[in-house]
Design a protein around this ligand. Structure first.
Ligand SMILES: Cc1cc2nc3c(=O)[nH]c(=O)nc-3n(C[C@H](O)[C@H](O)[C@H](O)COP(=O)(O)OP(=O)(O)OC[C@H]3O[C@@H](n4cnc5c(N)ncnc54)[C@H](O)[C@@H]3O)c2cc1C
Length: 451
C-alpha cells in the first residue's frame, strides 16, 4: 500500500464526508483532501433539504466534527473536470473517490416539457435553497393552481413549499428574495399526480404527515385513486412503513374540504401525466390518463383523459447525475458505472484507483443516512485494492496547493466555511431567523477568505 495513503474525495456532500471519515478511521495515517465545486461543504444538505427541515440539517453538526479532523482538508471552489482535470488530480492522490451526487432533473419525455412555467423540481429547490449557480428569480404571482408530478419525498417538499405561507417560513434560513416571492404567491391549490397507486408511493411516513402540519393548508386525497390490487395488499403486509403511509392517505381521502383553510394540496393517484398543455408558449394545463392496476402492482392506461387547469407544472420525477470529463458514464442509469463503488469502464474493467460513493454511485434514492453504509462499502473495496495501488507521483499537500495557486483558483478552506457559517448565523439573530443564507458565490468566497 502507498505509505501513507493519500486520497482525494470529489464532492463534500454527506457521501464524500462519510467516505473521508471511514477511510481516516480505518487507516490511521491516511490523509484526505475533499474538493467541492462550491465554496461551501455539505452538498444537498445545504442546497436540497427544505428550509423547514431544520432538524435534518442538524446532521451537519456530526459532519462538522469529521471535517475538523486533522488529516482531512476541505478545498472549495474547485470544479473537478473543469478547473482541474481528473488526470491532473491523479498525479497527487493514490485513489480518488467521486461523491459528486445528483443535481439535475430527469426528463419526463412528454410533450410540453419545454413550455414556460414547466419547471424541474431541482430548479425550484435550487431557487428556494438559494444555490449560487442557479436561477434566483421566480414568479408565483400569476398562478392559482399548479401541478406537481411525482410522489416521492422531493415532490412532497415542492408541494409543501408551494403551499405554505411565506410567514410560516420566516424563522427558517430562506433568503429575503425567496421569502418575497413566497409572500407574493397567489397559489391556492397544489395538485400532486402519481401514475401508480397509493401502495406504490415512495413517501416516507414522517415526511408525508408533515404535509398536513400547516394551519393554512389542508391535504385532500382524491378517493377514486385509492385502489389496491393483490400485489398492493402483499406490499402492505410486507412493510409497516408503507402501511403507515396508506393509513394516512386513507384518512385524508375521507375528509371534506374546509372552507376556512385558504390553501389545499390535492393528491391524485392513478393519473399519468401525458402532456403539458400550453398557450402562447406557456403552461395552461396538464392532461393525464387514468390508470388501472394490473394485479401485479403495475398499471395500464384506460384511455380516459382529464385536462387539469393549472398555470405551472413542477416535474419531481427524480434527479440525475452529470458526466465528469475523462470518466465513463452510464447513460442509462445516469451514474458512474461501478461495482461496489469501484468505477469500471464501459467494458466492465475497473479503473485503477477510481471509486464512487453516494448518489453518483447508486442513483438519486435514499436519505442522508443511507450514504454512510454506501461509503462503508466503497472504502472497504478501496482498502482491499490498496496494496496494489501505484503510489501517486507528487504526493504532498504543498504540491496540490502550488498547482491550485498557479491556476489562480479562489479556493476556500474549512476555517473559511466556519467564518461564513458564523456570519450567516449572526446575520439571522436580529430578525429571529435561523440564518441569513448568502447566495452569491463571490460574496461567500469573500467572507470565507477574511481571516
Ligand atoms: C430536494 C431534496 C430534499 C431532500 N431532503 C432530504 C431530507 O429531508 N432528509 C434526508 O435524509 N435526505 C434528504 N434528501 C436526500 C439527501 O440530500 C441525499 O441522500 C444526499 O445529499 C446524497 O449525498 P451525496 O453526497 O451523494 O450528494 P450531494 O449531497 O449532492 O453532494 C455532492 C457534492 O458534490 C459536489 N460536486 C458535484 N460535482 C462536482 C465536481 N465535478 N467537482 C467538485 N465537486 C462536485 C456538489 O457541489 C455537492 O456539494 C433530499 C434530497 C433532495 C434532492
Amino acid at each position: 500500500m502507498p505509505q501513507p495513503l493519500r486520497d482525494a474525495v470529489v464532492g463534500a456532500g454527506p457521501a464524500g464526508i462519510y467516505a473521508a471519515d471511514i477511510l481516516t478511521s480505518k487507516v490511521p495515517d491516511a490523509t484526505v483532501d475533499i474538493f467541492d465545486r462550491l465554496p461551501t461543504p455539505y452538498g444537498l444538505i445545504r442546497y436540497g433539504v427544505a428550509p423547514d427541515h431544520p432538524r435534518i440539517k442538524q446532521i451537519i453538526v456530526a459532519l462538522h466534527r469529521v471535517m475538523e479532523k486533522e488529516r482531512i482538508r476541505f478545498i472549495g471552489n474547485v470544479h473537478i473536470g473543469v478547473d482541474l482535470k481528473v488526470d491532473e488530480l491523479r498525479q497527487f492522490y493514490d485513489a480518488i473517490i467521486f461523491a459528486t451526487g445528483a443535481e439535475r432533473d430527469r426528463s419526463m419525455r412528454i410533450p410540453g416539457e419545454e413550455l414556460v412555467r414547466s419547471h424541474g423540481a431541482a430548479d425550484f429547490v435550487a431557487f428556494y435553497d438559494s444555490h449560487p449557480d442557479r436561477e434566483q428569480t421566480w414568479d408565483l404571482s400569476q398562478q392559482r393552481s399548479v401541478a406537481v408530478v411525482g410522489v416521492g419525498n422531493v415532490g412532497l417538499d415542492v408541494a409543501r413549499m408551494l403551499a405554505r405561507t411565506a410567514d410560516e417560513l420566516l424563522s427558517t434560513d430562506i433568503p429575503a428574495h425567496v421569502h418575497q416571492v413566497l409572500a407574493d404567491s397567489t397559489v391556492t391549490d397544489v395538485h400532486m399526480f402519481a401514475r401508480r397507486g397509493p401502495a406504490q408511493a415512495k413517501f416516507t411516513p414522517v415526511e408525508l404527515r408533515e404535509l398536513d402540519h400547516s394551519p393554512n393548508v389542508q391535504v385532500l386525497v382524491a378517493p377514486e385513486g385509492m385502489e389496491f390490487d393483490d400485489e398492493s395488499e402483499a406490499a402492505l403486509s410486507r412493510s409497516k412503513s408503507l402501511r403507515m403511509v396508506v393509513d394516512v392517505l386513507s384518512e385524508w381521502a375521507m375528509r371534506d374540504p374546509k372552507p376556512d383553510v385558504p390553501r389545499r394540496i390535492h393528491i391524485h393517484f392513478l393519473e399519468n401525466p401525458v402532456e403539458i398543455l400550453g398557450e402562447d408558449g406557456a403552461v395552461i394545463g396538464l392532461r393525464t390518463e387514468r390508470q388501472e392496476l394490473t394485479g401485479d402492482g403495475n398499471v395500464r392506461g384506460t384511455g380516459e383523459f382529464t385536462e387539469w387547469e393549472v398555470q405551472a407544472v413542477y416535474r419531481a420525477v427524480g434527479y440525475r447525475s452529470e458526466a465528469i470529463e475523462d470518466l465513463p458514464f452510464d447513460t442509462r442509469r445516469l451514474v458512474l458505472p461501478n461495482e461496489g463503488g469501484r468505477v469500471i469502464d464501459l467494458d466492465g474493467a475497473p479503473l485503477t484507483g477510481i471509486y464512487a460513493t453516494g448518489w453518483v454511485k447508486r442513483g438519486p434514492v435514499g436519505l442522508i443516512g443511507h450514504t454512510k453504509s454506501d461509503a462503508a462499502e466503497t472504502i472497504a473495496n478501496l482498502l482491499v485494492d490498496a496494496p496494489d495501488l501505484p503510489p501517486a507521483a507528487r504526493r504532498s499537500a504543498a504540491a496540490v496547493d502550488a498547482l491550485l495557486a498557479e491556476k489562480g483558483l479562489p479556493v476556500t478552506d474549512f476555517n473559511g466555511w466556519d467564518r461564513l457559517d458564523a456570519h450567516e448565523l449572526a446575520s439571522g439573530v436580529p430578525h429571529g431567523r435561523a440564518r441569513v443564507k448568502h447566495h452569491s458565490r463571490a460574496g461567500m468566497t469573500e467572507i470565507a477568505a477574511k481571516a
